[in-house]
Ligand binder design. Sequence first.
Ligand code: NAP
Length: 296
Amino acid sequence: MTSPLIVVTGATGQLGQTLSRRWSEFPIRQYQFKALDRSELDLNQAEAAIATLAELRPVVIVNAAAYTQVDKAESDSIEVHRVNAEAVGRIAAWSAENDASLIHISTDFVFDGASKTPYEPKQQTNPLGVYGASKLAGERQIQALAKQRSAIIRTSWLYCEYGNNFVKTMLRLMKENDQLSVVDDQCGSPTSTHGLAALIFAMILNRNAAGIYHWTDGGSISWFEFALEIQRQGIQEGLLSKAIPISPIPTSDYPTPARRPAYSVLDRSRTLTDFDCPSADWQAQLNRVLKELASK
Ligand SMILES: NC(=O)c1ccc[n+]([C@@H]2O[C@H](COP(=O)([O-])OP(=O)(O)OC[C@H]3O[C@@H](n4cnc5c(N)ncnc54)[C@H](OP(=O)(O)O)[C@@H]3O)[C@@H](O)[C@H]2O)c1
């Protein structure tokens, strides 16, 4: 008899790469693991994507693929909805019909940022832009079509040693410039894909995960405060040779096509109660990724 299969979409993304590199460390050896890149499963081609699932017959699908370019999304709403909502609905329906579990990743951008306290999973959503609206539509498809067997993990400010992210961009800019200005009036929580991957593996072990969960590395900081810590630890780990002045600026001084929530801290208490997941704080998680970058 062949082992049951876990399929991950978005193999080339930050989370997809992390899941691929880390899965063998977790006690899920009873499963086979297959991460599919866009050429193997394209969310823009839903028919073909479903045919691929029908051929592979996974018992768990982790949907780590998404249209993630938040600013480009503002002028590309048809494709964004096709990838982040319609295709997600098709996968959810296939999962329900074929008794597979679906673990889907969503975002803090489903909220408008008007709250002053951490967002709970059941709190009112109100996305400010096309990307957030498409991710919320994807969540709703899942809840309508595969509620019993699906877990939706909302996360925020993802980074790791792979791909493009704020941490790597800051390290580069800190090397190239004599000073830097960073937005100080958007507050959220950074999340290492390594902690998120550990949560996903914990959910795979406990096949009862269902509903909406929030996951971050904790903390309630601005991008400016995150940049200060990246610089402090970057020097400590030998990734940067010197400190440069970093100034706080308002969002109005750094205009972008998509509006972002001013406050998007997620309340992860239900997730910590329900799963055996890593609760290392965001500074410790950042340190792990910086050490990995320094070792390269
Ligand atoms: N990054 C963040 O700060 C953040 C914050 C909150 C939530 N999230 C969510 O977390 C999840 C993982 O994000 P991430 O940062 O790992 O994303 P990422 O690094 O931007 O990677 C996105 C992945 O999706 C794939 N993809 C895009 N369009 C596709 C399509 N039409 N068909 C198949 N694959 C497609 C990309 O493939 P290519 O390499 O071929 O483009 C890539 O593998 C996403 O659901 C995202 O919405 C991210």
